[in-house]
Design a protein around this ligand. Structure first.
Ligand code: GLN
Length: 199
């Protein structure tokens, strides 16, 4: 369980995908978590989550609701952003063989849906560098693979020799779905990042 953080407002982009589960997890952590659909919903937030779902759909809706500039403004203003799965694809600087340039806020190269068919969706125990004592059960759902990380990208967990959880300053990205488990260590890491407790 997390400490009370009632004053901390976290917005979860709620256009499509697994946003409700993120909100539930942040509320469980004591935060004021809200759904964001319009630029005005991004006012006064301490952090933003771009959830998993379908990256092409979320990208279209971001365009439709004129959210790209406001999202980039948040990053420019130093508001931490956390992408999970499709959210990671939208934050990536490069995408191998798919998709147009998007927010490009973290220096990683990803390939969409790159796990073979048999493990298209699977769970696996991974080790979080900041909490290595207890394995973390990660859920991968048609997840992207992170093929390359640029200088300045810190790898916080790996799976099958590839990074699956990475950070570059104020941008955090996971290829799995931390909101679909009971383990709140990943969300807590993001909150500590907002609080400047881990650098
Ligand atoms: N396969 C999806 C995509 O390419 C991502 C899946 C997910 O977010 N669980 O956008």
């Amino acid at each position: 369980m997390c400490d009370p953080r009632g004053a901390m407002k976290i917005a979860v982009l709620a256009l499509q995908g697994a946003f409700r589960e993120h909100i539930a997890m942040f509320r469980r952590c004591g935060c004021d978590a809200v759904e964001a659909r319009l630029p005005g919903d991004l006012a006064d937030i301490a952090g933003l989550v771009i959830p998993g779902g379908e990256s092409t759909t979320i990208a279209k809706l971001i365009d439709r609701y004129s959210l790209a500039e406001p999202l980039l403004d948040l990053a420019r203003g130093g508001v931490p952003i956390f992408g999970t799965c499709a959210g990671t694809i939208l934050l990536s600087r490069n995408r191998n063989g798919c998709g147009e340039a998007f927010l490009e806020l973290i220096d990683i190269t990803v390939t969409r849906n790159a796990y073979g068919r048999q493990i298209d969706s699977h769970e696996a125990d991974i080790t979080l560098t900041f909490s290595p004592e207890v394995p973390y059960n990660a859920l991968f759902i048609r997840a992207p693979v992170i093929d390359e990380t640029g200088d300045g990208v810190v790898v916080l967990a790996r799976h099958l020799d590839k990074p699956v959880f990475v950070r570059q300053r104020g941008i955090l990205a996971a290829t799995f779905h931390p909101e679909l488990t009971d383990d709140d260590r990943v969300h807590r890491y993001f909150l500590e990042m907002i609080e400047g407790k881990n650098r």
